[in-house]
Design a protein around this ligand. Structure first.
Ligand code: BES
Ligand code: MN
Ligand code: ZN
Length: 522
């Protein structure tokens, strides 16, 4: 295996923007590691760092108890202590990681513990370390292993692409992790592999949403999709300006018309329609930069609007995972990509546009552009007669007001699908919270002179936005996920969620799709 330093990656990548977010198979990214398993006991292992997970209020193994005052380490969740056994154990260092009460632990407990352990190994500038897996009644070895791999790799995620001279601590890479396993080696390996695939899909999503608007353009998103498709065997079609015009994508064209960057509509198809295989459409908002257009946003924090393609990033990351996993599903990824700019050619308040569905929209605010580009994609999705359509979009500031940074806003027309996402959100620790979508909200989006208007006034902004989208999905089961409050984080609370782009939605969708793959469809 060839390893490259972050610096070499930077030098290689800056002149070639295309490779910014492609996962290169022969080069490990700074957060990726090689994970191997072996039967054995962590306290018998000669390693630079042995990680021992400890439950709150449970006795430490006697060899460890001899090294620490019990009062100094109680096993509280996220409590950490580095010990130097000085020959009392084969390991040079012993890291105790508190998990909290055994009865309360979930996969997310392990995910966070693993992130803390990997971050400590990184801080100590170690290239490899060893650990063992915590299990309880709810945590099978496979689930625990998946969570460990996800947490460790995601906890080490950094965005260094544009650092021409990274600090030594940034450049340092934790290369290898050895998991010591009691007996279920096979299940543990399956879980670790799955966790690594998931983490790499999430890192791809984070890279895209962290990437600057001048690099991550609609054209670039199309190229990333093509690259993933070619590498993992998915059919990818990218519609350019002329195709959008001839096929009538009036929404995407209107939003994109003020920009020098041409818009794109991206179609990724994994698997094919087949009896017993659900068809699921994932739809992503890909506004690669949202200035607000003529209804321009204030200058403060406008730079953050490079992440307005977080929905598209989630679709790309998820498609990557789905294809790597080979799930027995038919999954379509659809991305509406455009840059929302003010200019002499930009669409204006008062304009009336005709969307792909034929429905007309009166533009009252050019900053409510996400719903307009999604309208075309949601309408397009129907041609697959899908069992489910899920769209992800950094759609409204209003969802941040409603739910803050701890939940994705969810609205839909099918309670079974809503419940499915709720369960997946709990399991993946990417929680969703349902808001109502009663007819009254849809009514609020009707225009006096066109079929719809693109804003519904001050109140209930997250819901009226969904009310607008609902006009384009007809009767297919559909859920809208508003990730405006969760796609970016300034002050992370979970140890594997790093500052900046979170890659939210990818673990949630992966969880949901894996559930879909295990149930029959009539
Ligand atoms: N991309 C924004 C929403 C957003 C805000 C995402 C903050 C992430 C963080 C969206 O296009 C937008 O501007 N929405 C407007 C809609 C309004 C004009 C009806 C909003 O929420 O203010
Ligand atoms: Mn906007
Ligand atoms: Zn936007």
């Amino acid at each position: 295996m060839l390893y490259q330093t972050a610096l070499q990656l930077v030098q290689r990548c800056i002149p070639f923007h295309d490779c910014v977010s492609s996962i290169n198979t022969c080069v490990l990214k700074e957060n990726e590691m090689e994970i191997t398993t072996r039967r054995g006991e962590i306290l018998r292992e000669a390693t630079p760092l042995a990680v021992l997970c400890v439950w709150e209020d449970e006795q430490l193994p006697p060899e460890v108890a001899a090294l620490v005052e019990t009062d100094d380490f109680r096993g509280w969740f996220k409590q950490l202590l580095v010990l130097y056994p000085c020959g009392a154990l084969p390991a040079r260092r012993l890291l105790l990681v508190g998990l909290g009460k055994r009865s309360k632990a979930t996969a997310d407990t392990v995910r966070q513990a693993a992130a803390l352990a990997a971050q400590k190994a990184h801080e100590l500038r170690l290239t490899h370390f060893a650990a063992s897996l915590p299990v309880n009644e709810a945590l099978t070895p496979e689930v625990s292993a998946q969570a460990w791999a996800e947490g460790a790799e995601l906890g080490l995620y950094r965005y260094l692409l544009y650092k021409s001279a990274p600090e030594p601590e940034q450049k340092h890479r934790v290369e290898q992790l050895l998991m010591l396993v009691e007996d279920d080696v096979k299940m543990v390996n399956t879980g670790l592999k799955l966790g690594q695939m998931v983490a790499r899909g999430v890192a791809l999503g984070r890279d895209l949403a962290n990437g600057p608007g001048n690099s991550i353009t609609p054209t670039h998103l199309g190229e990333v999709a093509q690259e993933i498709g070619a590498r993992l065997g998915m059919q990818v079609t990218v519609l350019g300006l002329e195709e959008l015009q001839s096929q009538g994508f009036g929404g995407i064209l209107a939003v994109g018309q003020g920009s020098a960057q041409p818009p794109r509509f991206i179609v990724m198809e994994y698997g094919q329609a087949q009896k017993g295989r659900p068809t699921i459409c994932l739809v992503g908002k890909g506004i690669t930069f949202d200035t607000g257009g003529i209804s321009i946003k204030p200058a403060e924090k406008m730079d953050n609007m490079k992440m307005d393609m977080g929905g598209a990033a989630a679709v790309l990351g998820t498609m990557h995972i789905v294809a790597e996993l080979g799930l027995p599903l038919h999954v379509i990824g659809l991305i509406s990509a455009a840059e929302n700019m003010p200019s002499a050619t930009a669409y204006k308040p008062g304009d009336i546009i005709k969307t792909l569905s034929g429905q007309t929209v009166e533009v009252l605010n050019t900053d409510a552009e996400g719903r307009i580009v999604l309208a075309d994609a949601l309408y397009y999705a129907q041609r697959y007669q899908p069992h489910a359509i899920i769209d992800l979009a950094t759609l409204t500031g209003a969802v941040m007001v409603a739910l803050g940074p701890h939940a994705i806003g969810m609205m839909g027309n099918d309670q079974a699908l809503v419940d499915r996402l709720t369960r997946a959100g709990e399991a993946a620790a990417e929680r969703v919270w349902q808001l109502p979508l009663w007819d009254e909200y849809r009514e609020m989006m009707k225009s006096e002179i066109a079929d719809l208007k693109n804003t519904g006034g001050r109140y209930g902004g997250a819901i009226t936005a969904a009310g607008f989208l609902a006009a384009f999905v007809a009767d297919y089961p559909w859920v809208h996920l508003d990730i405006a409050g969760t796609a970016w984080i300034e002050q992370p609370t979970r140890s594997y969620v790093t500052k900046g782009a979170t890659g939210v939605g990818i673990r949630l969708l992966t969880q949901m799709l894996r559930d879909f793959a295990t149930v029959e469809v009539q």
